[in-house]
Design a protein around this ligand. Sequence first.
Ligand code: AMP
Ligand code: MG
Length: 495
Amino acid sequence: MTALDKLKFNNSFARLPEEFFSLVDPQPLENAHLASLNEDVVKLLELEGIDFSDPAQLAAFSAQELLPDMQPIAQCYAGHQFGQFVPRLGDGRAIMLGELETKNNGKWDLQIKGSGPTPYSRGSDGRAVLRSTIREYLCGEAMHHLGIPSSRALCIIGSDEEIYREQIEPGAMLLRVAPSHVRFGSFEYFYHSNHHDHIKTLADHVIESHYPEFMNADDHYVKLLAEVIQRTARMLAGWQTVGFSHGVMNTDNMSILGLTIDYGPYGFMEAYDPTYVCNHSDHQGRYAFNQQPSIGLFNLSCLAQSLLPLFHDDGQQAANLARAELECYQPAYVEEYSQLMRSKLGFATQRDEDQGIMQELLELMAADKVDYTILFRKLSRFSTIEEQYNAPLRDMFIQREVFDSWAVKYTRRLKHEPATDTQRATAMNKVNPKYILRNYMAEAAIRKAEDEKDYSEIDRLLELLRKPFDEQPENEQYAGLPPDWAQSISVSCSS
Ligand code: AMP
Ligand code: MG
């Protein structure tokens, strides 16, 4: 018996009614080969016994020769895309191979992205380009290690296949993993098509698989909504505090588990600009950085609406229950965001002036276009004793006197903290990453992979992003400002 034969799949989603998914047949790519393997996820999925460099074993993960227990399906869902409701979307190019059961680490949806058309492809090719695959692979890992819940990926499969986008690009596949890929849009699909019995079936499935603690509660559907609200609020607070912009916060890209999913034209903030729009196709700026928390609420309202039939037979009462839960979103977000920002500033205690100090700093950073990540990392070395030690920080600003007056208030505030400057620096370095995934870094890995089939930079970045808070002297070049050529990089929905 080989390690592959020992894998256990329990495909619970595929046992749901037929309206929930379509059976599909993933299509391999020409000359499929392993481009990058994520050893962390190999361990997580307990796949250490598999030799991914052996084409015969890789075949099971690259849609060439599926394992007998895999049951490939495309999930059906709807979604609000840029505010407009689209009644039927579904996995147009992601196919769930099966739900892999591990001994110690739970159950994982194994999804292959870019494996050809499904009934939900709407005329598109069902493929993914190498470029977007690398971006999703790296960012899932970056987010996970920043402490922000995210889907992750096992590997990238490269190929010789040519994919037609604005130009011809190499095709690839991504083996994505998450405990579930159910989205807000999965519920919207059944609500808006008037399949209220299926909303219940889906909610029961989600609760049983992922929120078993609610199973015996009377109001378990309301509890489900409440929990998704809390998780989404925390996820958004995480995004905002690391300067992450998702780019396409459509409800079909919002996870019922509060995970960051469906990485497209995302971006990490460099020069601080609250109105930053990372997606060049988002002309209205609907998903601008500073809009994300309120879009989170909009999306949750769409989810809540789809759950109304489960809350109460009386529509008015159901709506009241949903409204009461939705009202918890903003306080939950503010609480988590403030807490995270206080730690970024080195405040272990809470004081009235904290909000003002943070706001003033952010405003100054925006006015002077200061790099968000570098600034916060440098801030950990702020001295409350020797003003001259703060010169490197001060030099990041154009308006030095404005910084000086902020620094006076900051020093005064820090005097109320029990920690010494050194202790505070240690604590701050655990929350202010030194390394984030800047667009140019992903771009450099993409160019190497596309031009030379050299995937080494992907692996190097993966390694780097595993320890975003550590000093990594050998990787110092990734901690600085982006190079000039980075300004010409543009990311859109095309992937
Ligand atoms: P996204 O914005 O990437 O989350 O995609 C939105 C919808 O379009 C989803 O239903 C995708 O499955 C579908 N889609 C995106 N690109 C493709 C493609 N190349 N082929 C088929 N479906 C696609
Ligand atoms: Mg999507």
